[in-house]
Design a protein. Structure first.
Length: 300
């Protein structure tokens, strides 16, 4: 889903390449939920920390690969440097439970799995769907449930009410995402197939929708709802009223060579679920509809 250089453009996204520009969708990027007290209240669980792989325990930190442009899951604060969002808070809480500091590395969505396999990062956390195909490459600690949503211009001038209405039209998606796969594989029963424009920038996709170069954006439910509420004070976009498509879990990606880390993260997540920290973080970001009640690895 993204770029090489972070630029603070708006409340909900940053784009690649170039210098800061005026964004008509920009809002009060410092108007964020107050979650620091929730995260700072988390205490280390010595028993769980003792199960970490030696290399991570000795380093004392968790290197998290993400694509930081996906509000409310992960994006940048007004300074253009500080990662914020529901996932950012959650992984910090997981780190605290395991006695680790968290270090985010921002990278293109399509490079996350290969970076994890190469050992450049310890985990991924980027609203990545846990799918059987991805499980062939990495393991997942599942922490949230979401699905694909269709976002259109305010007033829905293209009259899109279902995926079938996208046939013969162009849609924007994030490169390497589940939405891209879905749109390319969608079987149109009549007429032309869906035209797919894949980019590394949510803001670029939104600009294409605002200017009519695409008829819709396919994105995950939390992001689509958040952007529709905030872009242009809610005047630019709306979400088509239909059930999420291909609903499934988000997972923290973990290298298959470090099953101890998967187990430690699952234990820490369950502890946060049980003590209420997990629910407080999701409620603060207004995404509690995707909460899970049990921490699992690869859905089990």
């Amino acid at each position: 889903m993204r770029r090489t250089a972070a630029l603070a453009l708006s409340l909900f996204a940053l784009v690649a390449c170039g210098s800061p520009a005026e964004d008509p969708a920009a809002g009060p990027a410092d108007d964020l939920p107050s979650t620091s007290a929730i995260v700072e209240a988390v205490t280390k669980d010595d028993a769980l920390a003792a199960t970490l792989p030696d290399a991570i325990a000795q380093a004392g930190k968790l290197r998290v690969g993400s694509n930081i442009q996906n509000p409310p899951n992960n994006f940048y604060a007004a300074d253009g440097k500080t990662p914020v969002g529901s996932e950012v808070d959650l992984v910090k809480a997981l780190g605290a439970k395991l006695g680790l500091t968290v270090e985010h590395q921002d990278m293109a969505f399509g490079s996350l799995i290969t970076s994890l396999q190469a050992g450049r990062i310890d985990v991924t956390m980027a609203a990545m769907n846990d799918t059987p195909e991805r499980q062939q490459a990495i393991d997942f600690v599942d922490y949230f449930t979401s699905g694909i949503t269709i976002m259109v211009q305010k007033g829905n001038p293209a009259g899109i009410k279902s995926p079938d209405d996208l046939c013969g039209k162009s849609v924007a998606v994030n490169l390497g995402s589940s939405q891209e796969t879905y749109a390319k594989q969608f079987q149109c029963l009549s007429g032309d197939p869906i035209g797919v424009t894949a980019t590394d920038s949510d803001t670029q996709n939104q600009n294409q929708l605002r200017t009519g170069r695409v008829a819709a954006i396919l994105n995950d439910l939390p992001t689509a709802v958040y952007v529709a509420k905030t872009a242009g004070d809610g005047e630019f976009f709306e979400v088509v009223d239909l059930a999420p498509i291909n609903g499934g879990p988000y997972g923290i990606g973990v290298n298959k060579n470090t099953p101890e880390l998967s187990a430690a993260l699952r234990g820490a997540l369950q502890a946060l679920i049980d003590d209420g920290t997990y629910g407080k973080i999701l409620e603060a970001w207004d995404v509690e509809q995707g909460a899970v009640t049990k921490a699992t690895v690869n859905g089990q």
